[in-house]
Write a protein that binds this ligand. Structure first.
Ligand code: DGL
Length: 281
């Protein structure tokens, strides 16, 4: 078994997602740990995962992990609410490489933040169907009331740039998906999909000031920093880290669409890879 200790500290952090949403996690990693090297894979040719079956999501996730592992990383983050929910607590999902999804980090933050024990969770259909967030919340806090809702139109809205809080589609969809949660007087809402922070303003406006929003990708980045620090695996590099992006669809589309998720902070080479290459591994 490999020794994932301080000796591996200069290796990159591997991050993958079904598409571009995981870049919200990368943005936070870059902010928290600017000297770390990062390898990102976005499976843009096969996004969305959230509407697919558990079996297909697991198969894709295994291929994504194998691709990331071919880059000799020190830690792997599934920066995708759907993959994280379906993989569940399989700690060895990435073999002997330290691995985290976004569920546990987000749930820990939500349980620490709630005062009334009423927590909302929004995610893709596969995420909500898995019940993963609810189970993880009740492991920490048995008496918690969890209200979940699948927001199936949020991902296509974000992908198509329909995110302005004053847009009538955004207003209608936030009300449709969030009213049942707001009506239950939650004081914390987990954005259980890494696309949803792009709708942060619209969601925050609808939920009101008394509701704290938890971004699952950002929490996974903080969790990773703590995990690496506790294992003495943070990079000692003094200069800025290098971020390398891989996409299974067009490099140009990745570069154009990434801006919504990471602003002008892409700062790294984008390489297109073939799905056939990863699916044969
Ligand atoms: N990345 C997915 C998630 O965080 C959303 C997009 C998809 O359905 O694949 O759940």
């Amino acid at each position: 078994m490999a020794d994932f200790s301080a000796d591996n500290s200069e290796k990159a952090i591997g991050v993958f997602d079904s598409g571009l949403g995981g870049l919200t996690c990368v943005a936070e990693l870059m902010k928290l740990m600017p000297s770390e090297n990062i390898i990102y894979f976005g499976d843009t040719a096969r996004v969305p995962y959230g509407t697919r079956s558990r079996e297909t999501i697991l198969e894709y996730a295994r291929q994504d992990v194998n691709f990331i592992k071919s880059h000799d990383v020190k830690m792997i983050i599934a920066a995708c609410g759907t993959v994280s929910s379906v993989v569940g607590k399989q700690k060895d999902f990435a073999g002997d490489i330290p691995f985290t999804g976004v569920v546990i980090p987000a749930v820990q933050a939500a349980c620490a933040a709630t005062k009334n024990g009423r927590i909302g969770v929004i995610g893709t259909a596969a995420t909500i169907r898995s019940g993963a967030y609810g189970k993880a919340i009740r492991n920490i806090r048995q008496d918690a009331v969890v209200i979940g809702n699948a927001c199936t139109m949020f991902v296509p809205m974000v992908e198509n740039g329909i995110t302005d809080p004053s847009d009538i589609v955004v207003k209608a969809m936030t009300e449709r998906y969030l009213k049942p949660i707001k009506d239950e007087n939650v004081d914390v809402l987990i954005l259980g999909c890494t696309h949803y922070p792009i709708l942060y303003d619209a969601i925050a406006e609808y939920m009101g000031e008394g509701v704290k929003l938890i971004s699952s990708g950002a929490e996974a980045a903080k969790y990773t920093m703590n995990m690496l620090a506790s294992r003495n695996m943070l990079s000692a590099r003094e200069e800025s880290g290098k971020v390398s992006y891989f996409t299974s669809d067009s490099k140009e589309l990745f570069e154009t669409n990434a801006h919504a998720f990471i602003g002008n902070k892409l700062m790294g080479e984008v390489t297109q890879i073939s799905i056939d290459d990863i699916s044969q591994k």
